[in-house]
Write a protein that binds this ligand. Sequence first.
Ligand code: FPP
Ligand code: FPP
Ligand code: MG
Ligand code: MG
Length: 348
Amino acid sequence: SSLVKEKVDPFALVAEELSLIRNRLLNMVAADEVPKLASAAKYFFELGAEGKKFRPTILLLMSSALNVSQLESAPCTVTNFSNELRTRQQRIAEITEMIHVASLLHDDVLDDAETRRGVSSVNYCMGNKLSVLAGDFLLSRACVALASLKNTEVVTLISAVVEHLVTGEVMQMAGTSEQNFSMDHYMKKTFYKTASLIANSCKAIAILAGQETEVAMLAYNYGRNLGLAFQLIDDILDFTGTTASLGNGSLSDIRHGIITAPILYAIEEFPQLQEVLDRGFSDPSDVDLALQYLGNSRGIQRATELAVNHASLAAAAINSLPRSDDDDVGISRQALLNLTQIVITRTK
Ligand code: FPP
Ligand code: FPP
Ligand code: MG
Ligand code: MG
């Protein structure tokens, strides 16, 4: 029944497997010769600093959601195969989290962040240099783990993601004024910075399972649209915070001159807003002025609608997967559908 469906908790479904992955991550970043580097690299895999674990949760659920019912014959071989496949898919979750944390270590240097995940950031407590090197180290260990899968297609996909992360970051940092006020540029940047990692790792999960191209594309489209919805909501929350009203968010994007979807839509209604933003907030009262324009516009509403639209596209990808009567497959697909709702209704 629908009541039961809504109760499927995506995070609870994979909680045990996530703790296994956390232990493996801790082992994967050991480095006897350079303990300082290892301790910086494993900082965000320790209990209490692990973050929301959105990506590994999605990837494990996607693994189960694509579990085609195995042949009845030779159950022993089938079990071995599915255990080995599962381990390889878990490895994708580990690699994805390592790449994600590597990008956060570098990001916190670029952003001069003092905290991350509710604790001191690595750059803050161990310095920029070690933080950069710890990110490089994590990235190298991720490369080694990726190579160990011996699947060239997967290596190609995940390597492209690393380039995308860098591309997205530079697009955000070094866009021209014209680019910064373009919705097209914003969506491309958002794909590179946020959605590519989850889109391509979802696709890798399907490829490891030996799925055909169509199914791999559905997995990719789920990740892509969920990632885009997630970032759009993130950009809205930067204005609204936990309340529904403007100005209660951290306002960190606009203060740093980062133009996001709500503002881009507001400019369509009030072109004068672009001139205010172009002044670069040398006058602090310009932030309030910009917020006034935004509040009088349908910017937040339209950005929310776009997020909802991408969340629906993500759900549609799951609903287009080949039929399965397997209960575990059904529950995992339901969990992936619930995530599309969780992403757009979250308040933090
Ligand atoms: C930190 O990731 C924030 C970013 C890397 C920028 C935006 C990324 C997202 C909003 C998440 C991507 C969305 C999906 C659906 C995978 P985070 O907020 O996930 O941080 P955490 O790992 O510390 O929880
Ligand atoms: C968080 O964004 C950061 C990212 C989504 C990616 C940053 C990517 C790089 C620094 C390129 C280097 C990449 C690798 C793989 C080493 P944010 O600053 O908007 O969000 P925050 O609030 O979580 O800091
Ligand atoms: Mg940052
Ligand atoms: Mg940043």
